[in-house]
Design a protein around this ligand. Sequence first.
Ligand code: FMN
Length: 310
Amino acid sequence: MSTDAFNAREFRDALSSFATGVTVVTCLDSNGEPVGATASSFNSVSMDPPLILWSITKTAYSADAFINAKHFIVNVLSAEQVDISNKFARSGIDKFADVVVEPGIGGVPILPGSITCFECEAWATYDGGDHEIIVGQVKGLRSAVGSGLVFYRGAYATAEAIPTLASVESNDVSHFIDNYLLYFMSRATHQMGEEFHQLVVDDGLTTKEWRVLACLYNENSMSLADLSKRTMVDQATLLELSMDLQKQNMARVQHLDAGTKITGTGVGQERVEHLIKECQTAESNALEGLDSGAAETLKAMLKRIIKNTD
Ligand SMILES: Cc1cc2nc3c(=O)[nH]c(=O)nc-3n(C[C@H](O)[C@H](O)[C@H](O)COP(=O)(O)O)c2cc1C
């Protein structure tokens, strides 16, 4: 197909200069079997009512299922889902074979890892030349943290924000700080710790006592030297503090040939039980948006830094 003005290749190339996101649209066929196809033709239509559209090539294997479906879901893919995009762009394979899905509107599968899901009721279909335009009314939204996958000039890409003038200027001023590890660590520690330390104080403990009791939690035992490193309290102060805790039955101090050993007690454990729970909640809030693998990696990296700088 060609016209005087341009040929098919030129038209295709021109369209590919418009960067889009990538979605996998899913529905159930007339037998209730899951169907899915990669689509970049997704777009917004109306705010009130909330409508979206996408188009499917009429010759697609899944075209009939989508044209007749009562419900469909537009799964917006993340930059980590190139494999999923490629898989759902292939015809004649069992696309759902090793994908664990959860049911969304009308039992239509939701793809795990998508950053947004538009759960739609079929609104209308329109003839669009060799494509069928499918319009859906959005009945439900699901979203997760993540960066969207982009399709541009026939290739996958990731979206990165262009720095605004204001952010460029502030980067110039504080360039060193914006790349300095110690700054990130200090600020993260400060922000995470501020609220929590107030809780400790309100609870009648000093920060040092809290650190010692947290280290001795589970009736842990350690040398004065080791506990000093872990609590960041010098040995003389720590010994005094431990003797005080011993008087309150919250720690046991033993002077052995090998050195001084401090051990936690059940009473000490009970004293900080609720604070430990607060810590765990604060930690999961602070790690919001990071998957458990990333959180473990972060901890492993910090442990390495602690070892390297010991
Ligand atoms: C990034 C990307 C975007 C695509 N967008 C569309 C689209 O919007 N509409 C369409 O009909 N096909 C699109 N395709 C092609 C379909 O995914 C492909 O034809 C698929 O085989 C359809 O599934 P089916 O064969 O099971 O029907 C796209 C493919 C890729 C890789």
